[in-house]
Design a protein around this ligand. Structure first.
Ligand code: AMP
Ligand code: MN
Ligand code: MN
Ligand code: MN
Length: 284
């Protein structure tokens, strides 16, 4: 029988709400056989997740989701099957952390100017791992009654053109794919349909990503509409890229797609778990 692969999920090590062990237990309850933990710019949850996975009988793929600035836009690259202690990757993660720490201070300062005090401290309190993300700011603002939902905070405060938005550059695509491959992993372009790129820019991104050594596109993602799958499968095939499947689950309470519940990959895709570089189990 085919395994149920969910190759994109978050824990409290970044902006998820379940601890790594809770996430693994939840994956098992949802029938996931192979789970990748892919926290934003951090690998701090992987040891706990690996222990829990051994106990629960789930196969854990050690992963990460790295932020990239490509052509003035933020995009996300998932690394799967990484060695979390590899030194090139470790140095890259330290750089991402430094940018996040600076950006968090800057977001706090900008919100303060708009009359919202204590946001940096509030976001830090809600962050249970090492990184502070915009999600933590959003949760703090909801907690303080500035908005009814996390989505509303993003819309009113945290996206480009809004008072708490901080411009600045993450690592480049080339650097991030390099860190992942140096750590023995495979790089996946996360939720390609979420960037709202024109068809030609998306083709350019996919081709550049492949030329840099990327392996797959997330053809199925909980954070993009299902109807993109056929067209993304076609794009992957044309570019010589494989296909990945990941819920991008962040835990309750949330509008995210449940773990392990996406449909199977469309016909004609090469699944990332069928590629030669795959480090996890393969269905018989
Ligand atoms: P950061 O990496 O700190 O910039 O935060 C990005 C994270 O914020 C994403 O991974 C999502 O989990 C979350 N996010 C981004 N946009 C939205 C939105 N419009 N509504 C809710 N969450 C969002
Ligand atoms: Mn997130
Ligand atoms: Mn993402
Ligand atoms: Mn994600």
């Amino acid at each position: 029988m085919a395994y149920n692969y969910d190759l994109h999920a978050h824990s409290t090590a970044s902006d998820g709400t379940l601890t790594p062990a809770e996430l693994v237990a939840h994956a098992r309850a949802q029938g996931v056989d192979v789970l990748a933990l892919t926290d934003h710019d951090d690998v701090g949850g992987l040891a706990e997740a690996a222990r829990a996975a051994r106990e629960e009988g789930v196969t854990l793929v050690p992963g990460i989701e790295l932020s990239v600035t490509w052509s003035h836009q933020t995009i996300h690259i998932v690394g799967l099957g990484i060695d979390p202690d590899q030194e090139t990757l470790t140095a890259g993660i330290a750089r991402q952390h430094a940018f996040r720490a600076w950006r968090a201070q800057e977001i706090g300062r900008r919100l303060e100017k708009k009359g919202i005090g204590g946001a940096l401290e509030g976001a830090r309190r809600l962050a249970r791992g090492e990184i502070v993300s915009r999600t933590h700011f959003a949760r703090f603002l909801v907690e303080q009654g500035h908005a009814a939902s996390v989505q509303e905070v993003f819309r009113r405060y945290l996206v480009r053109g809004k008072p708490g938005y901080v411009p600045g550059d993450w690592a480049t695509l080339e650097e991030v794919v390099g860190w992942i491959t140096a750590a023995g992993g495979q790089a996946v372009l996360a939720h390609p349909a979420r960037y709202r790129l024109s068809a030609s820019r998306l083709r350019r991104l996919a081709a550049e990503f492949r030329d840099l050594g990327g392996t797959a596109l997330e053809v199925l993602s909980g954070s993009q509409a299902r109807d993109h799958a056929i067209h993304l499968a076609q794009l992957a095939r044309r570019c010589g890229l494989a296909a990945s499947r990941g819920s991008d689950y962040h835990g309750p309470p949330s509008p995210w797609v449940e773990l392990g519940r996406l449909p199977p990959l469309p016909e004609g895709c090469t699944a990332i778990w069928e590629t030669p570089g795959w480090t996890g189990p393969v269905a018989a």
